[in-house]
Design a binder for this molecule. Structure first.
Ligand SMILES: [Mg+2]
Length: 262
């Protein structure tokens, strides 16, 4: 058994990233199904933690079942949207204007946040695959008039079946360029807010978890900043040469999840 796997088996919780780690688009990555089966066979507790705020939680669960062939419960899947909702509640905000998909807005509204395009207390920037110029104009006008904004996840690109597509981070770049203003918070990975929200729900300490992900500036950054052991997989955005100049240091690096089982 390799060192990374031995350390992993000694932890209480395995936190798995989605896009680029377990799947790309609707296809499981090599070793993803085998790895999940291995964790189940060893009675290992694990969750999926994803920054992809374009799908509702319900949709994520359906996709995971289709892609990985296993049913995940509500407590086994965490999306950046939940961290954003937690943040809004903590700051007492109830009225927002969101750049988000109808599924994202559904999750906001069903948790008691009002979607108010006219008089928001905060503008929320999410992974809006239904973005229009009119929505951008509205968001920019609110922010320039003094309404603060938050960013649900900082990812610049999202891998899909047909290549990379612009993610929330790219929309954020446009908003920042237009307004010259920075957000009040970025709530998805690498934010400690998201990690703490999840670990609190699961009653797990950071030192008892291990994070597996494909991104240095989200998955590994969050692990580093919170004292969590991490495993970088090279099936997504990061190439081995990116490690040389990176300020983020994964505890272990493997090419694919298959290598972790060797
Ligand atoms: Mg990823």
């Amino acid at each position: 058994m390799n060192n990374a796997l031995r350390i992993l088996l000694g932890k209480d919780l395995v936190v798995l990233d989605g896009d680029g780690t377990l799947y790309i688009g609707s296809r499981p990555l090599p070793g993803a199904r085998e790895f999940i089966r291995f964790l189940d066979e060893h009675g290992k507790r694990y969750v999926i933690m994803t920054n992809n705020s374009s799908f509702s939680k319900e949709h994520h669960i359906k996709r995971l079942r289709r892609i990985l062939g296993r049913f995940f419960s509500y407590d086994e899947v965490f999306i950046s949207t939940e961290a954003a909702i937690e943040y809004l509640y903590d700051t007492g905000v109830r009225r927002v204007y969101a750049l988000g998909t109808p599924e994202f807005i559904h999750d906001l509204v069903s948790s008691g946040i009002h979607h108010d395009p006219e008089r928001p207390e905060i503008v929320v920037i999410a992974f809006d695959k239904t973005l229009t110029y009119g929505k951008l104009v509205r968001a920019v006008r609110h922010i320039m008039a003094g309404t603060p904004y938050i960013v649900v996840n900082p990812d610049i690109l999202c891998p899909t079946d047909r290549g990379y597509i612009p993610d929330t981070g790219s929309i954020w770049a446009l908003i920042r360029t237009a307004t010259g203003k920075d957000p009040m918070a970025v709530t998805g990975k690498p934010s400690s807010l998201f990690l703490n929200y999840m670990l609190r729900k699961l009653s797990v300490r950071p030192s008892d978890a291990v994070i597996i992900g494909d991104r240095l500036y989200t998955d590994i950054a969050m692990a580093n900043e919170n004292g969590v052991t991490s495993i970088l997989v090279l099936t997504g955005e990061t190439k081995i040469e990116d490690l040389v100049n990176s300020r983020y240091r994964p505890t272990f690096v493997v090419n694919t999840l298959i290598d972790l089982l060797k």
